[in-house]
Design a protein around this ligand. Structure first.
Ligand SMILES: [Zn+2]
Length: 335
């Protein structure tokens, strides 16, 4: 397990991973880092890799942690007493959470132990939490290092920014992501769909558990086939084919994203900017061609807007089934 995590970050961010292994072996780690990058760019994985390297009993020849010793395993399993992770409690990181961190920090100063703190979504720190953390960063104690992780450096207090070493994570390209996802076992049939939905490998794996995403892909594909043939059965299929696959808010969001994706793909064909190796719905190629023959460009754009509007509706109080059924009726009327 830990070994897999190490492989993953070596593939995602080879240069950064090597860089951190080198500065750790040269004892040049500073007290606070701010990792800036989008979801899936390997920020948390790199922080954990650094933590493993600091504690690993048996680093390999290239200076990477072994991934099998007790220390490495406990870090990956979030059970290491000296590696503390905090993430937002609800919408934000509260001052109490930072106080807890600081008490851990000061304990380590007394004991002289190595400690690692990982603060996920650091931009959600309340001002008092950030100020509290700032005091620590200004006067670091003992053998400690903090990794602050964010997707938006503009939301980080300037005082924290100026006292942390900022590390910008390069965006992962789609083709790189595709290779990584394929190597991680994401099935070929949903590979393009998976990377169009998320950059995050763990999320991709979740979506593909028990072929759930493949089932959604087929259900939405059939619904699309009916729609472009102007078949009213598309309406019934919402209840019979799509709804049985939807279990919670998150899966509702994914279904809307998949619905949007198939119309997006149709538009890409219309504007001739689609690429065969990135097709999300290869099975629907005939239906897409049908749609292109029968539906004007203007209407396709309007349908795309209808699809995008469903995201806002999902935030309101309308039932999910109602949202998809009324979208179906709107599209049937348009075409
Ligand atoms: Zn190890």
């Amino acid at each position: 397990m830990a070994k897999e995590e190490i492989k993953k970050i070596q593939n995602l961010q080879p240069k950064l991973a090597q860089h951190f292994m080198t500065i750790i072996s040269e004892n040049e780690l500073t007290h606070a880092y701010l990792f800036v990058g989008s979801a899936g760019s390997g920020r948390l994985e790199l922080a954990k890799l650094a933590a493993m390297r600091l504690f690993c009993q048996n680093p390999d020849d290239q200076g990477f942690p072994c991934g099998v010793c007790n220390e490495c395993r406990r870090i990956i399993e979030k059970e290491h007493p000296d590696v503390v992770e905090i993430e937002p409690d609800g919408q934000s990181i509260k001052v109490d959470q930072v106080r807890f961190l600081k008490s851990e920090f000061s304990k380590s100063a007394v004991e002289g132990n190595q400690k690692v703190f990982i603060i996920f979504a650091a931009e959600t720190m309340t001002t008092s939490a950030a100020n509290s953390l700032l005091k620590f960063i200004e006067e670091p104690v003992g053998n400690t290092v903090a990794f602050l992780i964010t997707s938006n450096r503009n939301l980080i207090l300037p005082t924290i920014l100026s006292r942390s070493q900022v590390v910008e994570f390069p965006q992962i390209s789609k083709s790189q992501l595709k290779e990584i996802a394929a190597a991680a076992g994401i099935p070929a049939g949903t590979l393009n769909l998976s990377i169009s939905l998320t950059n995050d490998l763990d999320q991709m794996k979740k979506l593909n558990e028990n072929d759930w995403l493949s089932d959604i892909q087929q259900a939405v594909g059939k619904w699309f086939d009916k729609l472009v043939n102007k078949d009213d059965m598309a309406f019934v299929q919402v209840a019979t084919e799509i709804m049985p696959l939807v279990h919670d808010k998150k899966s509702q969001q994914v279904v809307l994203d998949v619905i949007t994706a198939i119309w997006h793909e149709t538009l890409e064909h219309e504007f001739q900017i689609s690429r065969q190796d990135s097709e999300v719905f290869p099975q629907q190629r005939n239906s897409i061609d049908n749609a292109l023959r029968g539906i004007t460009q203007l209407k396709l754009v309007a349908i795309m807007q209808d699809c995008l509007a469903t995201r806002r509706q999902l935030l309101g109080n309308i039932s999910f089934q109602n949202i998809v059924e009324s979208l179906t009726l709107t599209i049937l009327k348009r075409i």
